[in-house]
Design a binder for this molecule. Sequence first.
Ligand SMILES: [Zn+2]
Length: 144
Amino acid sequence: MIRGWQALGLLLGILAASCGDGGPLTFALSEAFTPDEREQARLAIEDWRPHSLTTLALVEPGEAASWSIELTVDVSGSCDGTSRTIRVARGGVEWMRYAFGHEVGHAMGLGDLEGVHATMAPYKGDVGLTEADLTECRRVGSCR
Ligand SMILES: [Zn+2]
């Protein structure tokens, strides 16, 4: 029998394994995003870049990328390790910055951080990285 905490550990392990692969991470935004939303994605990637052990870059539309970021209406944001697709729902400026930063964190292999102030907090996390984000990022081996 698998007890609750064992199932949770298994789930987090799968999430981390499926979303991050340690290689250079390039992100291509769908054409559906506005220039302002594209700017929030750029800023979110800039937040991670000084700390990341791997290359992080937002590519120009039409360029090849390791991850595509799609606009969606029905989920708040998710990363699908199989198709290397991140889905982000449209919201205000702060929401977009948080959602991009959060999903880029998943692409780097980080899990959700419950009960702390962090970009990796689920649902409504912080804009900009906190010490909790960086501690988790170092723990999974993605940050210096
Ligand atoms: Zn998450």
